[in-house]
Design a binder for this molecule. Structure first.
Ligand code: KG4
Ligand code: ZN
Length: 333
């Protein structure tokens, strides 16, 4: 069974083909970063219009590069939410139209389930059950996963998501968009000399709060001389605080559940220092840790094709109605 995956929830147009037995066949990605960088962030209407321009050519490219024909495709998986409504609608309507034309099923995929399952595309995938830390631009979630589709929310951010905090802190340091990778690159030139708070680690529970780190960044920056060196030291200190906070909460989740397996996914999991801090913690806890390869940490079509394929194998069916959801709690899956 060949599944075509379509991801258009935000600022990346991702298309992939996953085969139930042969694995990932091909994936292509078009990033809108250059277009949005002029505005310092994602402009939703521009994102939708660009998905319209790019999606069909990318689908054609993905199929032909795979040496397949459209008649070889057995099903389509598309991101139905959460995300930008206009952007989601482009993927959903394209998926449903193609499915109707080709007389095959189209299956809605939850974007965060896609992230959660991305490590399954690697050579050494995690076995169930495991704890998943999902850190993206819109979400920070700690989830207990017993099997595909069985997700228990253990904790989440009460305000900004981890990626959002990176992006906002980068904006304050005048680093531009996309903030996460830029702040992370600058952090390598600095030293974590400033003691940032480790939010909500001094009280029990698995929830997060990152908005205080943003305010701390602004105050520290405004009281500095604003040199490149100051910026680099603030970036390094900020990043260390996020990494350590995430490690503390993951360790707590492992203890609380008695599990010894941790999956880390979503755009922020591409961050080297965060990967290192979590790997270090897992080693000390004698727990296994799994990450997607960096290109599958951020948005991509491969994770959507994989998640959709698993849903289809589990008997999922869907009518031709177009259902997209800007907000969609994972425990409703
Ligand atoms: O998963 P993703 O591609 O899209 C969402 O579902 O939101 O995550 C994007 C987020 C952005 O906030 C971006 O700044 C952050 O991931 N990000 C990073 C890094 N690469 C991407 N944050 C920190 N360090 C990175 N290397
Ligand atoms: Zn994402």
């Amino acid at each position: 069974m060949y599944v075509l995956g379509i991801e258009t929830s935000c600022d990346e147009t991702g298309v992939a083909i996953y085969h139930a037995q042969k694995g990932l066949i091909n994936h292509v990605l078009y990033s809108q970063i250059d277009m949005h960088s002029e505005y310092g962030g994602v402009v939703p209407e521009l994102a939708s219009r660009d998905h319209i321009r790019k999606l069909v050519p990318l689908i054609k490219q993905t199929i032909s590069e795979s040496k397949l024909k459209s008649t070889d495709i057995n099903a389509i998986a598309y991101t139905a939410g959460p995300g930008l409504m206009g952007a989601l609608l482009v993927g959903a309507t394209t998926a449903k139209s193609l499915a109707w034309t080709w007389q095959i099923p189209a299956i809605a995929v939850h974007h965060m389930e896609g992230h959660l399952l991305a490590p399954m595309l690697e050579e050494n995938p995690p076995a169930f059950p495991f704890i998943a830390l999902l850190i993206s631009g819109g979400h920070t979630l700690l989830v207990k996963v017993t099997r595909i589709g069985h997700y228990e929310l253990l904790g989440q951010s009460l305000d900004d998501a981890a990626g959002e905090a990176f992006d906002k802190a980068a904006k304050m340091l005048e680093l531009g968009y996309p903030g996460g990778p830029k702040l992370s690159a600058l952090a390598t030139q600095g030293k974590a000399l400033i003691k940032f708070p480790r939010p909500m680690t001094d009280r029990p529970g698995l929830d997060f709060s990152f908005s205080g780190l943003k305010t701390f960044t602004l105050n520290t920056y405004n009281s500095s001389e604003k040199t490149t060196n100051d910026k680099a030291n603030i970036a390094a200190s900020f990043q260390e605080a996020v990494a350590e906070t995430l490690a503390i909460k993951c360790k707590r989740a492992l203890h609380q559940t008695g599990l010894k397996r941790l999956v880390v996914a979503g755009g922020v999991s591409a961050n080297h220092q965060i990967r290192a801090a979590l790997t270090d913690m897992a080693l000390k806890e004698k727990a296994e840790i799994f990450f997607p390869r960096p290109e599958f940490c951020t948005d991509n079509g491969a994770m959507i094709a994989y998640a959709g394929c698993q849903r289809l194998l589990n008997g999922a069916i869907e009518n031709l109605e177009i259902n997209t959801r800007a907000r969609w709690p994972m425990n409703e899956l």
